[in-house]
Design a protein around this ligand. Structure first.
Ligand code: GLU
Length: 448
């Protein structure tokens, strides 16, 4: 089998949302699993709405998700290829000029509706004589160019939806070139997919009809039809569709709220499938789970509350190697022992700063008057010898018989004094990280 080639092709007209992340991850992880190539392609031929700033933000968000594209392309830098394809389609008689304004088209659609006809383009432009065209042009009208559909049942085996068919006889001939000469993605995607040898196109089910059209264009250009898969769409909890333009559930916002990229990735990929939503330790684990046949057909709600829980669960199992760089950036030392001690108590990575403070101090110990003597006694019993993982059990083994205390009356005052907090990581893991001097001072009720 030849290695797969997949692409994620966002238009840089807004910030990526979790639904876009779903598409990006299905493509990137499928390519990765198959030892193939993943292309990040900016569909930026709509110069009125695309901006370099959004392209940059998309690159940042994709990197944040943990995806490193093998290749990055900008459609705006590939215009010569589209020019050539357009010439080819014109020569084949598959691209024709049309001159209707948006108002004229709307009037035509309304008139067809009134007559009980489907509101598709009536191909009036195909009937224009050369003289009529010349007259329109000398009036200052510029044409847009439509692809002449064959009007047939286009079928494909969809990786998600099984056998699919689109009857292109029911569709308007799509506009591929605008009046100003700019290209629509319906064309540019096809040209690029052919030229970049894309083997699989995974995208949202809002593109099913496009696929019918695009398979006709691929055939006209003599390309090989890739394998298509159209996944269900994610919605807001209310059921409302996600909008890049309206900034719904943007990756940027989720990141700023402290959600873990790995949790966002897991939820974006696993929601709306028959697979269980559960934390993963890395993207390879997530890639192994992907099964297009397990994606549901109905839209699926993306629940931010579920994401918060998954962020916490992800942190609780996150290996130190996966987080070391971010801990260093937060100015947190302590190494793997610290991370393993505290990760189970985090709801957000930022919470780690609080536990680092418990280790480093200063901590205001909480000492109930009734416990002061007991704590002073415990301080005196802090063991000599190595300050290691066994120091806490050795200490407790001494404090327990000496004080006659057991259970909560033994453990709780020690925790309150040593950490200043009601609850937290296991003291066995925490105490070796707090120095003997600091521990002794806190037990005596001193800020340390
Ligand atoms: N730019 C298109 C979109 O964002 C790409 C669709 C495709 O993957 O072909 O919807």
């Amino acid at each position: 089998m030849t290695p797969p080639v997949l692409r994620f092709a966002p238009s840089p007209t807004g910030l990526l949302h979790v639904g876009n992340a779903r598409t990006a991850l299905y493509n990137a992880l499928f390519a990765r699993r198959g030892g193939g190539t993943f292309i990040l392609r900016y569909d930026d031929t709509d110069t009125a709405r695309s901006t370099p700033a959004f392209a940059e933000a998309i690159a940042g968000d994709v990197a944040w998700l943990g995806i490193a594209p093998d290749r990055v392309e900008y459609q705006s830098r590939r215009l010569a290829r589209y020019d050539a394809a357009v010439e080819r389609l014109k020569a084949l008689g598959r691209l024709y000029p049309a001159y209707e304004s948006e108002q004229e088209l709307e009037a035509m659609r309304q008139s067809r509706r009134r007559r009980g006809l489907p509101p598709v383009y009536d191909r009036a432009a195909l009937k224009l004589t050369d003289a009529a065209r010349a007259a329109l042009e000398s009036d200052g009208r510029r044409p847009h160019w439509r692809f002449k559909l064959e009007g047939r049942q286009v079928v494909w085996d969809d990786m998600v939806r099984g056998r699919q068919g689109v009857d292109t006889a029911t569709l308007s001939d799509p506009v591929l070139v605008r009046e100003d000469g700019s290209y629509l993605y319906t064309l540019t995607s096809v040209v690029d997919d052919i030229e970049m040898d894309v083997t699989h196109v995974v995208r949202g089910e809002d593109h099913v009809t496009n696929t019918g059209v695009q398979i006709e264009i691929i055939a006209a250009l003599g390309g090989t039809v890739p394998t298509f898969g159209h996944h269900n769409l994610l919605t807001l909890p209310s059921g409302e569709g996600l909008s890049k333009r309206l900034g719904h559930l943007s990756l940027r916002a989720l990141r700023e709220e402290g959600e873990e990229a790995l949790a966002v990735a897991a939820l974006a990929v696993l929601t709306g499938t028959s697979l269980a939503v559960e934390p993963v330790a890395g993207l390879d684990e997530l890639a192994a789970k992907i099964d297009f046949a397990k994606i549901s057909r109905a839209p699926a709600r993306f629940d931010p509350a579920e994401l918060s829980a998954l962020t916490a669960a992800t942190l609780h199992h996150l290996p130190f190697e996966a987080v070391a760089g971010r801990l260093a950036a937060l100015g947190i030392g302590g190494g793997e022992a610290f991370w393993r001690a505290v990760r189970g108590n985090l709801a957000r990575l930022a919470d780690v700063a609080d536990w680092w403070r418990v280790v480093e101090g200063p901590v205001d110990p909480v000492v109930e008057p009734a416990d002061a003597a007991f704590l002073a006694q415990a301080a005196a019993l802090l063991p000599e010898g190595p300050w290691d993982n066994e120091v806490y059990p050795r200490w407790i083994a001494a404090v327990k018989p000496a004080s006659g205390r057991a259970g909560r009356t033994l453990f709780h005052p020690l925790r309150l004094a040593l950490t200043g907090r009601e609850s937290g990581p296991e003291m066995k893991a925490l105490l070796p990280l707090i120095s003997r001097e600091k521990a002794a001072a806190r037990l005596r009720g001193e800020r340390a």
